[in-house]
Design a protein around this ligand. Structure first.
Ligand code: NDP
Length: 327
């Protein structure tokens, strides 16, 4: 169809936004369809956002059908087909976890309500801003008229990082790595699973043949990659987070690769013992804007313990935001 895809991005003047907007406008999401950007920022960041829009104009992107900016979610989310919720309140010095949850609670309750009121009937909502899983849970709980399965949180960056680490270890090209899974929370407790992943069609854990490397190198390297990038670059990963945000949205809207799956944090139906209602990462296949959790994978004790630890953390976050009255 040639009607523009209306895509909202929040926190559009931030670091991730600075990479994300140009990729979206240049066709990385929907190659053959015009795109209209609806950019949300807090009032003090609107001037900087105007500068970013000037740069978007200066690219003369053929696919960019329009750009609107503002600080009122009810205006910006009006009629959007896709909302990428990137802006979130970072943890400041001396900030307790409950402060972080309430600051983000205020943002994601308001955005959930606004999406509920004005988004298009076919809206899909992807949350990148941290704590992403729980922010998605809050937005979902404040949008009673939007089906719960339209909300997801980003674990695709962790998924891509896991593919890249496995490719480097085995010498295989990234295109040979399939069936990667991130389970649980987008946090240090996440579980990148090599027991179902494949390298050139062979079981990844067997190809690696080194349980010690999986436990002591692979899992922590993937889970702590964000901190390693801050250490090296002097600021957090932004281009890779933007790239993963696009990978996730593109596969969600247009389908995951035949014969493979992707990782997405979606509302649990109780699959794999993940408590129902938590927004937790699973292996999913996607087609036509819908996702389905891959069923029937065997989970051994090693994987079980790690999935349980990460989903226990999600349950604690849910309890905390329930107590704060945010859901
Ligand atoms: P970034 O653009 O770098 O990051 C935005 C969010 O993405 C953060 O919550 C960050 O989490 C998260 N994130 C998820 N995955 C990653 C990853 N792999 N690497 C880095 N970050 C990741 O933050 P900036 O501070 O540059 O920009 C945020 C913008 O959001 C600001 O312009 C601010 O004004 C805006 N904002 C807008 C709101 C709105 O539209 N209503 C509300 C709140 C903020 P983490 O903090 O854990 O790094």
């Amino acid at each position: 169809s040639s009607a523009p895809l209306k895509v909202a991005v929040t926190g559009a003047a931030g670091q991730i936004g600075y990479s994300l907007l140009f990729r979206l406008a240049s066709g990385a999401l929907a190659a053959d369809r015009p795109i209209e950007l609806r950019l949300l920022e807090i009032e003090p960041a609107l001037k900087a956002l105007e500068g970013v829009v000037m740069e978007l104009d200066d690219c003369a992107f053929p696919q960019l059908a329009g750009v609107e900016i503002g600080s009122d979610p009810e205006k910006i989310f009006d009629g959007v087909n896709l909302a990428l919720l990137v802006g979130a309140r970072p943890r400041g010095p001396g900030m307790e976890r409950s402060d972080l949850l309430s600051a983000n609670g205020a943002i994601f309750t308001a955005q959930g309500k606004a999406l509920n009121a004005v988004a298009a009937d076919d809206v899909r909502i992807g949350v990148t801003g941290n704590p992403a899983n729980t922010n998605a849970l809050i937005a979902k709980s404040n949008a009673p008229d939007i089906p719960a399965e339209r909300f997801s949180a980003l674990t695709r960056l962790d998924h891509n990082r896991a593919i890249s680490q496995l490719a480097a270890k085995t010498g295989a090209p990234v295109t040979d790595i399939t069936h990667m899974t991130i389970w649980g929370n987008h946090s240090a407790t996440q579980y990148p699973d090599l027991f179902h992943a494949e390298v050139g069609g062979r079981n990844a854990a067997e190809v690696v043949g080194d349980q010690e490397w999986i436990e002591s190198t692979f899992i922590p390297t993937v889970a702590k990659r964000g901190a390693a990038i801050i250490e090296a670059r002097g600021s957090s990963s932004a281009a890779s987070a933007a790239s993963a945000t696009i990978d996730a949205a593109r596969d969600w809207l247009f389908g995951s690769a035949e014969g493979d799956w992707v990782s997405m944090a979606v509302v649990s139906d109780g699959s794999y013992g993940v408590p129902e209602g938590l927004v937790s990462s699973f292996p999913v296949t996607t087609s036509n804007g819908d996702w389905e959790i891959v069923q029937g994978l065997e989970i051994d004790d090693f994987s079980r313990a790690r999935i349980d630890a990460s989903t226990a953390e999600l349950a604690e976050e849910r309890d905390a935001v329930t107590e704060l009255g945010l859901i």
